[in-house]
Design a protein around this ligand. Structure first.
Ligand code: GDP
Ligand code: GDP
Length: 440
């Protein structure tokens, strides 16, 4: 499970600014999505090598009514879900009644809290901090989130408080990953048919279910075997917990889904053909890409739809899911089992792509081909030169490009390169990461 950090504080203290700085979207593919309202509440971050989930709470002001009240409740729930809380206050405005109210709320929750005094740029930091000693926190840190000052110390303190190693984890080898078997998460909004699909998987004759451990808050892990190969299903819908009798639908939890995505090798993203594609669908997909996970898209409830409706759905998918055109899309009926077998083929294919063996010589050859066909724009009159490429990791495949001025490569050119590599290496279902290194 990834450790969870919640950002808490009254409105306007700089929570979103810090959130953006910590999570700064690592995947340009997602960041540049036109028209996608990003899920601002939950983000993934890798801080000094350690992956985290960060929750940006709406804010607690102490005078909530209506919608604000709802937000405040959600903030408190985020605190409950978190391993550590960063309580932000504003150095410029000084302590307010709302800050005291937040402190009071936090005191009830018994979570480790770091008090962060933000916006210390241009003010006397020591004086700004001194005001907050009365809250009684052991750790008070100054920050200028907007300028990035104090972030590194803050991250160190978080790692230390949670007793986490700061060392970069050793990458697992392809062999190690293969030996572990494939972890397959089934995710999607409520009611799209996740439980039905999982029951279909488990009901298939060829499938042998071994055991079903799991705790109440987390996804359920189900060991199964299909055609002699081991898989671990990560069930975010709680099928097994509910047992045979289907009780009230479990509350959908973004956090649980993110944890499942992070722990999976391949994710089946389930959507309902009878419902329009929602922002929440897009947000889940972008989380999958950002986590670097392979993906197969299942458009469920395809049974009993008219040809006309089916055409509409396909058009909608072309229009809105163009940014994940690397993932296979299957039109299935979990209820009747149609096309479910093909899902498995794509799952295996996506995992194979995620673990592709790449050599420097091949990547460099492909880079040269791509460059010959289409050169990047010059930056301030100076040509960008691409020299060579080498593999930088797998799951997802990382391609590192060396050259002159490469850090200035336009996003559009990077996308061109990614698509070129994708086609030539026949990588289907996995995101590809491109990294650039200046010089030789
Ligand atoms: P939130 O409501 O807590 O999420 O606060 P925001 O992140 O939206 O920030 C509120 C305002 O404070 C914005 O105008 C930010 O630009 C500004 N702000 C955030 N961090 C800093 C900082 O470190 N220094 C200064 N001077 N302003 C900041
Ligand atoms: P979950 O909340 O994502 O786990 O969704 P469920 O598996 O509980 O399904 C929600 C509802 O959709 C139930 O009434 C299912 O019977 C129905 N459903 C699931 N899959 C299909 C399908 O392929 N076709 C049709 N027509 N209904 C389905």
């Amino acid at each position: 499970m990834l450790p969870v950090i919640a950002l808490v504080g009254r409105p306007n203290v700089g929570k979103s600014t810090l959130f953006n700085r910590l999570t700064k979207s690592r995947d340009a593919l997602v960041a540049n999505l036109p028209g996608l309202t990003r899920d601002r509440q939950y983000g993934q971050a890798k801080l000094k090598g350690q992956p985290f989930i960060i929750i940006d709470t709406g804010g607690i002001a102490g005078d909530e009514e209506g919608i604000d009240d709802l937000m405040a409740k959600q903030s408190l729930q985020a605190v409950e879900e978190a391993d550590i809380v960063l309580f932000l206050v504003d150095a410029r405005s000084g302590m307010t009644a709302a800050d005291e109210y937040v402190a009071e709320q936090l005191r009830r929750q018994q979570k480790p809290v770091i008090l962060v005094v933000n916006k210390v740029d241009g003010v006397h930091a020591d004086a700004a901090l001194a005001e907050y000693y009365s809250f009684g926190y052991q750790t008070i840190l100054p920050l200028a989130a907007e300028h990035g000052r104090g972030v590194s110390t803050l991250v160190d303190t978080v790692l230390e408080s949670l007793d986490l190693e700061q060392v970069e984890q050793d990458e697992q080898t392809i062999e190690e990953l293969q030996a572990q078997g494939l972890k397959l998460a089934v995710v999607g909004r409520p009611n799209v048919g996740k439980s039905t699909l999982i029951n279909r998987f488990l009901g298939e004759e060829r499938v042998v279910v071994f055991d079903m451990p799991g705790t109440t808050r987390d996804s359920i892990y189900i060991e199964m075997e299909r055609r002699g190969k081991p898989y671990t299903l990560i069930d975010t819908a709680g099928v097994r917990r509910r047992g045979k009798v289907k009780e009230a639908v479990e509350k959908f939890s973004v956090l649980k889904t993110l944890q499942a995505i992070s722990d999976a090798n391949v994710v089946i993203m389930v959507m309902d053909a009878r419902e329009p594609i929602t922002d929440q669908d897009l947000s889940l997909i972008s989380h999958i890409i950002e986590a670097g996970r392979s993906m197969v898209i299942a458009i469920n409830k395809w049974d009993g739809m008219t040809e006309e409706d089916r055409d509409d759905v396909k058009m909608e998918i072309d229009r809105r899911l163009g940014f994940v055109d690397f993932a296979r899309v299957h039109f299935i009926s979990a209820l009747h089992g149609s096309n479910v077998g093909h899902l498995w083929d794509s799952v295996d294919e996506a995992w194979k792509s995620a673990l592709v063996e790449m050599t420097s010589s091949k990547l460099t050859r492909l880079l040269e081909q791509a460059y010959d066909r289409h050169q990047p724009h010059a930056v301030k009159g100076r040509r960008i030169k691409l020299r060579y490429a080498h593999p930088g990791g797998h799951n997802p495949p990382i391609i590192v490009i060396h050259g002159k001025q490469v850090s200035k490569l336009q996003e559009s050119y990077k996308r061109y390169l990614i698509n070129f590599f994708r086609k030539k290496l026949n990588l289907i279902g996995t995101p590809i990461r491109l990294e650039t290194k200046e010089g030789d």
